[in-house]
Write a protein of this length. Sequence first.
Length: 342
Amino acid sequence: METLAPRKNHGTDYAELSRLIKDKGLLARRRGYYVTRIALNILAFSGGWVMFVYLGDSWWQLFVAAFFAMMFTQLSFIGHDAGHKQIFRTRRANDAVGLFHGGLVGMSYGWWVGTHNRHHANPNHEDDDPDVNLAAIAFTRAQSGRRRGFLRWMAKYQACLFFPLLLLEGLNLHLAGITAIWQRGVKKRKVESFLMFAHVAAYLSAVFIVLSPGTGFVFIAVHQGLWGLYMGCSFAPNHKGMPTLKAGHTLDFLRKQVLTSRNIRGGPVVDFALGGLNYQIEHHLFPNMARPNLRRAQAVVEEFCASKGIEYAQCGWLRSYGYVLAHLHSVGAPLRTPARTV
């Protein structure tokens, strides 16, 4: 991953692209799509709990745990869209949907919106993007060089540790939300406190009323681990391994968003599995664009970037993980090289 050098500002290019997108009606709301999607998600989620109760204290419940991992991610995708005001025009209506879905999966919607908006404002910025400033993973050699102790050891072998670490992402999302609520880092603290408490109480009660302690703990581990893995695998390919920005760069909004993002090729199955995040370039350029419009916008944006000589990155789903792992391996390389003595 290279660091982008300053370039001449071309602010009018984004205005030109925005007119093209708007003229094609791609910024229109898709309420029917979201009503249907939310209804199907809630129906499937409810059906999962019916199956959970029906199976009782059985190891077959591990398949239900895997199903819930998928459903938690799909519900989180709706919360993501609500946070970007993709569903309704008003912030209040979108926040209501987002808070509801955050409560279903045990995430703080307010904490996530604040963190994610900082990422969108400064994608892959070494100082200002919270997604590239993590304790467990070093995304630049400068970060790896500052690691000490156990974190330094992790940075050495982070390519090997990457997917195992994602198994902890579900737990991290819960704890980050609880911490933000406790430290009064969210606006609707009372509402979020109630939703978080209700989620934890209902979830643990259901698990340990229906399952024996041993089966219950394994169920939680499988469910939360696979949810974290799915979430991480959905977000990681979008920017990791792409160029980074430093303070003082002069890239305009269009180039800042395009050059630091990567699209994932695929059809409807990939669109569903990644919740539209596979159109990361279009999503970053137009965060409030409804998810089903991203596919149509992709061809417009790619053609426009070609006409302006802007590099447009996209690859297959599996290949994207190859890029991520290769980058993480490269970042840790200096730590694996023994220091030479004179």
